[in-house]
Design a protein around this ligand. Structure first.
Ligand SMILES: Cc1ncc(COP(=O)(O)O)c(C=O)c1O
Length: 494
């Protein structure tokens, strides 16, 4: 046992923690005798009372037992734990009948997309430009004050001031008029999708889903047992007519109209009207995932579906993952009026709530104007970073890739101009620490579009250029191999 006499931690605590670790890790087994308190105190050079106190604490926790005349030993009760550990060494696969169907399904979803902060991971805001000083000031303010409110259980519907601040933000910035009572705070958009699936989707219900589309939302509907209908997407967004042909009667449609995930296109006004009309006819709900709606760079943004929603069919979902930072885990649902009481009931029944102090900080961040300023700055910065990517790809990678003109969001798509295997390319890039995500990762059914999603928002122009030059070397190598293969194939045929 090593004791640090300069540490601020009491010697008894250090001895307690180390003994506990020895027992829990199995270095000391059930029934093992410990030295007497006097011997141990002498060996460790501490007062006997310190050892007595430590033993008493471990006895109280059931890890040691002490009997008169028999000294102190590791509790016999731990032998069953050892037996359990032994059986775990021969782990048998758990039969699927012992697991919920949802878990079996989840294991087929494949690995999560890469979320590391390195070029060209998608969906990463510019951490280097986040106004941390403001955030720290507001955090300090809320953590110091109003303990009873900040430290108690959160309101499952959300913190009132944040609901008000979001309603005001939506009115001014997204053209949406709503009552704060229609807004529910959740821990990120992902929880919103799960909650909505739990509330509205029964097994077998038809859910229109963009193909390619947002993997996280798709998983929620699949887990709820929905019949997920893959509706193709083109340069005008979801092809409503295809949806009607595939599933004329549907329960729910999921769309990302402001910046389609992953293609980055905006849904045209005509398609927006078409979708609202189709939803009216089916009495279906629409989820409008406005995940990067604040980042429309140059042209005037189109009205949101929610703004056009005369029939109260649109459930608008917002997230602060891109506009603030993703570890915040903060998002919200703007419910259509008829669903408000049901969101109340569901959140009371299921929601663990979101930490109140986090909501209070965000409420001030919005109402003191920092949020609007930050978004304005990021729009400019992201436009510069997009331009840097477009220029770098145009300069170095034009034989292979072409960047889709993108004026919204945090990522773009580079389309393949030649015949290359994208999975091989992405694998080779990953070896160099470059993250490329093929569109196929977002697909339910295969699509014709061959391209890769490339995030630009989080990386400086220098980082972007550097990574693009590395990609050039990879692509040159891949092309050389491909040419050699074609020649070899041709000579075999001769
Ligand atoms: C399409 C889409 N919507 C919403 C989100 C935000 O989800 P969350 O708020 O759970 O971070 C993401 C995150 O990447 C996304 O890709």
């Amino acid at each position: 046992m090593a004791l640090d006499r300069d540490s601020s931690q009491a010697l008894s605590t250090q001895i307690y923690q180390q003994l506990k670790e020895l027992i829990l890790e199995g270095a000391l087994s059930a029934g093992d005798r410990l030295p007497s308190t006097r011997t141990m105190a002498t060996e460790l050079g501490v007062a006997r009372a310190t050892i007595v106190e430590t033993f008493e604490r471990l006895v109280a926790e059931g890890l040691l037992e002490s009997r008169v005349g028999a000294g102190t030993q590791v509790s016999q009760a731990l032998s069953s734990r050892a037996a359990l550990a032994d059986t775990q060494l021969n782990i048998h696969p758990v039969a699927s009948t012992k697991l919920a169907k949802a878990l079996t399904m989840a294991s087929q979803f494949g690995t999560r997309l890469v979320h590391k902060h390195r070029p060209f991971t998608t969906g990463m805001p510019a951490f280097d430009a986040f106004p941390m000083a403001q955030w720290v000031r507001l955090s300090g303010k809320h953590l110091r004050n109003a303990r009873n409110q900040m430290l108690s259980y959160p309101d499952p519907h959300g913190y009132g001031k944040l609901r008000e601040a979001i309603a005001a933000h939506l009115r001014v910035n997204r053209g949406i008029g709503c009552d704060p009572q229609q807004i529910f705070i959740v821990s990120g958009a992902q929880y919103a999708f799960q909650l909505i699936a739990d509330m509205l989707v029964d097994p077998g219900d038809k859910v229109w889903f963009e193909n390619p589309g947002h993997i996280g939302a798709r998983n929620c509907f699949m887990l709820a047992g929905a019949d997920v209908v893959a509706v193709p997407v083109d340069e005008s967004g979801l092809r409503v007519q295809c949806g009607l042909e595939k599933a004329p009667s549907f329960k729910l449609a999921f769309v990302t109209p402001s910046h389609q995930q992953p293609l980055g296109v905006k849904m045209s006004l005509e398609r927006r009207f078409g979708l609202l009309k189709a939803a009216e006819a089916s009495e279906a709900w629409i989820i409008e995932d406005d995940w990067v709606g604040d980042f429309c760079v140059t042209d005037k943004p189109l009205p949101t579906l929610k703004e056009m929603d005369a029939g109260e069919r649109v459930i608008y979902v917002g997230s602060f993952s891109k506009s603030v930072f993703p570890s915040l885990r903060l998002g919200f649902i703007l419910a259509p009026l008829p669903l408000v009481p049901f969101f109340h009931t569901s959140l009371e029944a299921f929601s663990p709530g979101v930490p109140t102090h986090v909501q209070a900080i965000m409420a001030d961040f919005i109402s003191e104007g920092h949020f609007a300023t930050h978004i304005r700055r990021m729009r400019k910065l992201y436009a510069e970073r997009y331009d840097a990517l477009e220029t770098a790809v145009g300069t170095h990678l034009s034989p292979w890739l072409e960047v889709a003109p993108t004026r919204t969001g945090l990522h773009t798509v580079a389309y393949l101009k030649c015949d290359l295997d994208l999975d091989t390319l992405c694998g080779a890039a990953a070896h160099k620490g470059i993250v490329l995500t093929p569109i196929s990762r977002f697909c339910i059914d295969p699509v014709e579009q061959k391209g890769i999603a490339m995030g630009f928002s989080a990386y400086t122009p220098a980082q972007i250029e550097h990574a693009v030059i590395e990609l050039k070397a990879i692509l040159e190598h891949a092309s050389a191999i491909s040419i050699r293969r074609t020649r070899a194939h041709a000579s075999l045929q001769d």
